[in-house]
Design a protein around this ligand. Structure first.
Ligand code: ATP
Length: 265
């Protein structure tokens, strides 16, 4: 997707993410073995690949949660070791790892997305407006006072997305945002992302199926065994989501509905 920022060559020259020849070790294994990943301003990039191919590790490396043993990372043109502008990033972790058992209301969780912007100051009117806008965007405004523990899995996911959006990030990173989410919530996410991208945000998301997000994806980077196997443009995305490693569908197999089911492998 093009963004208004594309017209500024200085900004367009600095991608939101520039990961080069990234290597990372977890336990005794080299899990990333030379990953190159660029997300330009205003671009929406999907990371695809089989279980264990290194998608989450790549995202965690971009966030600095997994150190690189080799290679380089720049965020918005700044080498990672000097990058401090965390308010420009929003992160939606895999649902199972976040907010479970937190004794907080929906609004409180979403408000925590403003932390990097307001530091330790109390919530101001701009903060409150951003929180309310994010709740509206994901369709959770009417649940704002409910404890997050009282939510379903898909509603939980919407709250985590709202928390990331509340920080008004220029780069939104999401790890399997469609996992376990019904079609209605997937469509809410698609609408939300479209709005973000329309404002010029960049998006990196791990997906197993493209679902309603397919029309929003500019490029798909397919990982295999800790390396980029290939990079595809939107024309190939349908086949990629169903057969990320180029496996042919069984003769007569119905592939189109698979993308829309939301049931993930
Ligand atoms: N903490 C860890 N210690 C050791 N190995 C790990 C650790 N976390 C992940 N791995 C290994 O790293 C590899 C890549 O894992 P990663 O979670 O990045 O894959 P993924 O592509 O996101 O998979 P999935 O689709 O299942 O979420 C896997 O082989 C996994 O077993």
């Amino acid at each position: 997707m093009g963004s208004p920022q594309d017209s500024d060559p200085a900004i367009a020259a600095d991608p939101a993410i520039a990961l080069r020849d990234a290597h990372a070790v977890l336990g005794a294994r080299e899990v990333l073995r030379g990953v190159d990943l660029t997300v330009r301003r205003g671009e929406t990039v999907a990371l695809l690949g089989a279980n264990g191919s290194g998608k989450s590790t790549t995202i965690r490396a971009v966030l600095g949660q997994v150190p690189l043993t080799d290679g380089t990372l720049e965020l918005f043109g700044t080498p990672f070791r000097r990058f401090r502008d965390w308010k420009r990033l929003g992160y939606v972790p895999q649902r199972s790892t976040a907010a479970a058992g937190v004794p907080a209301t929906v609004r409180e969780v979403v408000s925590s997305g403003r932390l990097a912007r307001r530091k330790l100051r109390p919530l101001g009117s701009a903060d409150k407006d951003a929180v309310e806008r994010s709740l509206e965007l994901v369709g959770m405004a009417d649940r704002a006072k409910d404890p997050v523990d009282a939510l379903s899995g898909g509603q939980h996911q919407r709250v985590l997305i709202a928390r990331a959006l509340a920080g008004e990030p220029e780069l939104l990173i999401m790890d399997e945002p469609l996992a376990g989410v019904d079609l209605a919530s997937q469509q809410v996410l698609a609408r939300t992302l479209r709005e973000q991208v329309g404002k010029g945000s960049s998006v990196l998301l791990v997906l197993h199926e493209l679902g309603p997000l397919a029309p929003l994806i500019d490029r798909a980077v397919v990982l295999r065994d800790g390396r980029v196997e290939r990079v595809e443009n939107p024309d190939q995305l349908h086949d990629l989501a169903c057969h990320p490693h180029g496996d042919e569908p069984a003769p007569g197999a119905e592939t189109a509905p698979k993308i829309e089911t939301g049931s993930l492998t």
